[in-house]
Structures are given as structure tokens and as C-alpha cells.
Design a protein around this ligand. Structure first.
Ligand code: TYM
Length: 326
């Protein structure tokens, strides 16, 4: 029933946006597809400067986090992108099919190159590498949050461009969006919750203690209306709390609003914090447990890489043939 592929950057412990926008559905999809692949995309993470030791730790923490969320290595292939060199090889080939203007307006470049005044070539071609990740396995379904839609459109375009030039080969991958496609920053509900946000209180991380979570939710920016309503356009702060609350407790938005009837936003925040703590507590403890077992994590990633390579090699062989390299 198709092949699921997705990736996450090892730039720190995942936050609630990663979890609700992507990871939770990654887990669910393991039941429905025969091949399911999840990659820790370290090649993407070096588009920003990384300290090698910190990067190493982050890769291990990400492996532990994904397992703790419920990624099951017997049902999905969990691997580190750089261990499968075909990603970089296909990225080069796709880069030769991509025009410069096509990349200029994509989000990573627009956001991150501005912060730096000048961005690297790697940052600019970041979405081409992402397209290579997806197409390398002839993936059909890609579960991501809303912020990745434009990157997925590039992957679709490149599949089409490649097929036009070399004959029908890559299926066009489809994005799978979860119910909570965009979790907002707790400090600034006009922007997304982000791992790279320097503000400490802007994101809830999967390893946050109950006290951390309660404090962050209490400090979440809302507005001057005390009633709890769901109006994302006019009341983004409180609506973000409502949508997180619904997602972590498995209820509908209307159900959550009914529960909050008669509460002011201050009282409601306690309820939201409790629901988030309940959801994340077992994940946090499992991350702690797995983090202590580096040997297990390493052997698991080695096995995942081997499986990924065995799927990537025949596809790349075909691609080389189509290009005339043989
Ligand atoms: P990354 O590491 O930024 O995020 C991982 C996943 O989390 C989702 N996400 C969110 N969803 C909802 N609300 C938020 N605030 C939020 N923040 C993050 C992202 O949409 C993503 O699904 N370029 C990708 C990694 C990547 C990839 C791929 C993804 C590389 N190759 C191939 C899919 C297929 C990224 O930086 O994700």
C-alpha cells in the first residue's frame, strides 16, 4: 500500500509541535503500510553550524526520542541519513534538474539566510536533498507538519521533471498532514513552535519535567479576554492551547471548549498543562531509559542503515542507468 518516508533534524529533543504535527502520526502509520522509513537527517542539520560532539549526542537523543514515542524498529526502518551515501548522490542529480529561482522562495532559505546575512550553498539546496530523501525510496506518502508543504511540492515537481526527461520512474509523493498541522510558539502565537527558538519558554520539549511544562503553559501568551474560545485567526494564543489540549487528550475542539466552560484562561491553563503532562510523562521516562543505553541505540541505527542501503542501492542503480552513466 505504498511506502512511507519522513525525516527529522537532530537539532535537539523534539518539541510538542514535532510530536503533534508529525511523530504521533509516524507511529500510527506503522500499522497501515508495508514499508515505513524514518530518517534522522544529519546531513540537513549541518546546513547550520554544528559542534561535532553535540551533533553526535543529538543524533543519539533523537533515536531515543523516536523510539520512546513509539517508533518500532521491527515495523519501521529507523536510520541516520548520512549512513546511506545514496542520499547525497541523488541530491546532486536532482540539483542539476532544479533551477536557481525555484529555490529562492522556499522557507529554510528565506528564514535562515536572513538571520546570517549570507547563507551557504547547502542551506540553499536543502530542499533538493529533502526531495532526494523522499524519491530515493520511491516513497508515496510523507507525513509532515504544515511547514514542510513547500518542500514536498518541490519533491513532486522534481519527480515530474525527472520522469519527463528520463521516462516514468518516480511516483509523485503525497503529503500526509495530521490533525494538528501547526503548533504555535507559546511566546509568540503568530509563529510556529520551533526547536531553534532561543526563547526558553516558547516550546514544550518531550523531556520537560511536569514543573517545566506547568510553568511554560502558565506563561503562554494569550490575550485580554478571559473566556476560553477557539478562534485561531483572532485569538491565536488561547486557540493554540485549545488545539494542543484536544490533541494530547484525544478529544475534539468542541469537547475541550465544553470542558473549559466557565473557566478563565488562567484556570484553563492548569487543565491544559495537566493534559500535556499526562501525555508526555511516559515518553520522558522512556527517553531517559533509552538514553542510558547507547550501545543498543547504535546497533539499532546500524541495522536501520543496512536495511535502508539495501533499498536505496537498486533504485540508484536504475537512476545511473537512466542517466547514461552505464
Ligand atoms: P524538522 O526537523 O524541522 O521537523 C520534523 C517534523 O516536525 C514538524 N513540525 C511541526 N509540526 C507542527 N507544528 C510545529 N510547530 C512543527 N515544527 C515542526 C515538521 O513539519 C516535520 O514534519 N526538512 C525537514 C526534515 C526532512 C524531511 C525529509 C521531512 C528532511 N528530509 C524528507 C520529510 C521527508 C525538517 O527540517 O523537519
Amino acid at each position: 500500500k505504498g511506502l512511507v518516508f519522513s525525516g527529522i533534524q537532530p537539532t535537539g529533543i523534539p518539541h510538542l509541535g514535532n510530536y503533534l504535527g508529525a511523530l504521533e502520526s509516524w507511529v500510527a502509520l506503522q500499522d497501515d503500510y508495508s514499508t515505513v522509513m524514518y530518517s534522522i537527517v544529519d546531513l540537513h542539520s549541518i546546513t547550520q553550524p554544528q559542534d561535532p560532539q553535540v551533533l553526535r549526542d543529538n543524533i543519539m537523543d533523537m533515536a531515543a526520542s523516536l523510539l520512546a514515542c513509539g517508533i518500532d524498529p521491527t515495523r519501521s526502518i529507523l536510520f541516520q541519513q548520512s549512513q546511506v551515501s545514496e542520499h547525497a548522490e541523488l541530491s546532486w542529480i536532482l540539483g542539476c534538474l532544479t533551477s536557481m529561482p525555484r529555490l529562492r522562495h522556499l522557507p529554510q532559505w528565506k528564514m535562515k539566510s536572513k538571520q546570517k546575512n549570507e547563507g551557504s550553498v547547502g542551506l540553499y539546496t536543502y530542499p533538493v536533498l529533502q526531495a532526494a530523501d523522499i524519491l530515493l525510496y520511491k516513497s508515496t506518502h510523507v507525513p509532515v507538519g504544515e511547514d514542510q508543504i513547500q518542500h514536498l511540492e518541490l519533491a513532486q515537481d522534481l519527480a515530474r521533471i525527472f520522469n519527463n526527461q528520463y521516462g516514468e520512474f518516480f511516483p509523485e509523493p503525497r503529503a500526509l498532514l495530521s490533525g494538528t498541522r501547526k503548533v504555535k510558539s507559546l511566546r509568540d502565537p503568530s509563529s510556529k513552535m520551533s526547536k531553534s527558538d532561543p526563547q526558553r519558554f516558547s516550546a514544550v520539549f518531550l523531556t520537560d519535567t511536569p514543573d517545566d511544562i506547568a510553568l511554560k503553559i502558565r506563561r503562554a501568551v494569550t490575550d485580554f479576554t478571559s473566556e476560553v474560545t477557539y478562534e485561531p485567526d483572532t485569538r491565536p494564543g488561547v486557540s493554540n492551547l485549545v488545539s494542543m489540549h484536544a490533541a494530547v487528550s484525544g478529544q475534539t475542539i468542541e469537547g475541550v471548549i465544553r470542558l473549559a466552560e466557565g473557566m478563565d484562561t488562567g484556570q484553563y491553563k492548569n487543565m491544559v498543562a495537566e493534559a500535556i503532562i499526562k501525555k508526555l510523562q511516559p515518553i520522558r521516562l522512556e527517553i531517559q531509559r533509552l538514553r542510558a543505553d547507547q550501545g543498543y541505540l547504535e546497533s539499532l541505527l546500524a541495522q536501520g542503515a543496512e536495511k535502508a542501503r539495501s533499498l536505496a542501492a537498486p533504485v540508484m542503480k536504475e537512476v545511473r542507468k537512466l542517466l547514461g552513466f552505464y
